[in-house]
Design a protein around this ligand. Sequence first.
Ligand code: PEP
Length: 249
Amino acid sequence: MRHPLVMGNWKLNGNTHMVNELIAALRAELSTVEGCGVAIAPPEVYLSQAKHALSGSRIVLGAQNVDSNLSGAFTGEISADMLKDVGAKYIIIGHSERRTYHKESDELIAKKFGVLKAAGLTPVLCIGETDAENEAGQTQAVCAKQLDAVLSTLGAEAFQGAVIAYEPVWAIGTGKSATPAQAQAVHKFIRDHIAKQDAAVAEQVIIQYGGSVNAANAAELFTQPDIDGALVGGASLKADAFAVIVKAA
Ligand code: PEP
């Protein structure tokens, strides 16, 4: 039995004041919610502060990235052990903004997946097609290729306890969400693709939808059988909107 997970990706937003204010508001809004996992991924510099502010709440700490190296001369990077040390659990990798602006390859992302699993952390693997790929009918091929980078190096068992976020690039931050039926079709494809290697792992893996999820469209998306919650960008910066999404899941 899968439980949905709603995770907020704060991206490059926040300051010390905002971190405390937003977490306090989320704690108040979500104090009675049950049956849905909730996580937030503030910028790395605020992780310890956020961990402290979340103390005693059921909201879990996440992070937006990890380096594929474990330690050493990699200026500016953050390791899986460091994330674990400050109390982060769900770690976003392969976000389209990192694939695009930082030229992260499928192979690098698979390596990040491996270091997170080895550290006992939960990868939140973002996959999804661009607008052009969607128009060209390549959605399934793109998702399969992005999944295969992990499947071929780590095997289907690596997805045991992991999270996949299907995030069509054309829907991220655009206000144009996939329809529930569109998203469901891709989520089912993703689950079936993993099931070809391991049906039990495919059945339990959480597949979030991400891309302009908001308080108005979340409930309908969550009616779909293979949509297990959401990865939320813009709407995760507003406690009331994020709480509506969590409650809908
Ligand atoms: C994201 O960045 O992962 C995301 C889904 O953003 P938004 O909700 O703003 O589209």
